[in-house]
Design a protein around this ligand. Structure first.
Ligand code: HEC
Ligand SMILES: [Cu+2]
Length: 316
């Protein structure tokens, strides 16, 4: 995985690639180190006193400890001060994370089982890859199509829930060019762990160029278009082999006899595949009752639908 291969030996944390990273790491290190010191003091003291004041004989009563107000006050007050420091420090960073500059680049993010979609103001859409310029504040407006997801970029030290029926926001400024892994950090079903995407951080020029590129399938045959869509949007639930996953495997599907839970059987042709993608509930494949495929109506255009059909024809 990308961030593991990039991780430096001196740290167990992923590399930092946003403006928040260092502040976040400092606070985190403070928490780890102060917890470690507290742990050593408490456990160490515990062992020391247990040995030092252990009962020496059957009627030894010297170990009864009475009050020491100063001591008790001190061991309550010092942790209190430390907690308040952590609170204030965390609050400052949090506040910084929640303030979005006016000129931030806004990108809409939609989570769905099991991929991430990115929609730019120009209308450009991309799946599983978000491209942003380096050193430019970005504001993500996040929602979900189905269940709770969570948009998480470890290298940026940011995470935000994606909630169906509501918009949430997340901001960051990337400080390094490169590819950064996105995870879904809210368990959302079978293929949760493959709900991956990446953030590609590029120069302003490259970003503008990318934005202008109209046809993402330039120079590709229909079957290649289909394969690309398959690997981005269907692979969470379908295999290209005849092995079933969440849904049936695709190999051998074309021109084969299908049987359904309720509807009458048929031979898989163009119309059947199209219907399966746009209105999956119309005919539920026998043995898959109660499983849901989300409809792709409004998300795939004609070329993409034809691409998938042509791709499925190649899986004999
Ligand atoms: C969330 C999981 C999920 C995703 C994502 C998904 N499917 Fe499905 N798909 C299913 C399930 C479950 C079935 C079986 C139930 C049914 O027939 O609706 C199915 C059935 C199908 C069938 C009928 C298969 C057969 O054996 O007759 C086709 C064709 C199909 N899907 C195409 C696609 C394509 C193309 C994509 C990507 C654009 C896709 N699916 C994405 C879950 C999914
Ligand atoms: Cu998810």
């Amino acid at each position: 995985m990308f961030f593991i291969s990039q991780a430096h030996a001196e740290s167990f944390m992923p590399p930092v690639a946003s403006t928040f990273g260092d502040a976040f790491n400092s606070l985190y290190s403070f928490l780890v180190i102060s917890s470690l010191i507290a742990c050593v003091l408490v456990i160490g003291g515990f062992i020391y006193f247990a040995i030092k004041y252990r009962r020496q004989s059957e009627n030894d009563k010297t170990a009864y400890i009475t009050h020491n107000n100063l001591l008790e006050f001190t061991w309550s007050f010092i942790p209190f001060v430390i907690f308040m420091v952590v609170f204030a420090w965390g609050w400052i960073i949090y506040n910084d994370m929640r303030s979005f500059p006016e000129d931030a680049l806004e990108v809409h993010v939609m989570g769905q089982k099991w991929n991430w979609n990115f929609i730019y103001k120009s209308g450009k859409e991309s799946v599983e890859e978000m491209v942003v310029p380096v050193n430019k504040p970005v504001k993500l407006i996040i929602t979900s199509k189905d269940v709770l997801h969570s948009f998480y970029v470890p290298a940026f030290r940011v995470k935000q829930d994606a909630i169906p029926g509501r918009y949430t926001a997340l901001g960051f400024t990337a400080t390094k060019k490169g590819n950064f892994q996105v995870f879904c950090a809210e368990y959302c079903g079978d293929a949760h762990s493959s709900m991956l995407a990446k953030v590609r951080v590029v120069s302003q020029d490259e970003y503008e160029q990318w934005l202008r590129q109209g046809d993402p399938y330039e120079g590709m045959s229909l079957a290649e278009v289909g394969q690309k869509i398959f690997s981005q949007r269907c692979v969470a639930c379908h295999n290209a082999t005849d092995q079933a996953k969440v849904g049936p495997g695709f190999k051998g599907l074309w021109q084969s006899q299908r049987t359904f839970a309720k509807a009458e059987g048929l031979v898989a042709d163009e119309n059947y595949i199209r219907e399966s993608i746009l209105n999956p509930a119309a005919k539920i494949v026998a043995g898959y009752e109660g499983r849901v495929m989300t409809s792709f109506a409004g998300q795939l255009d004609e070329k993409e639908l034809s691409g998938i059909i042509e791709y499925l024809k190649t899986l004999k």
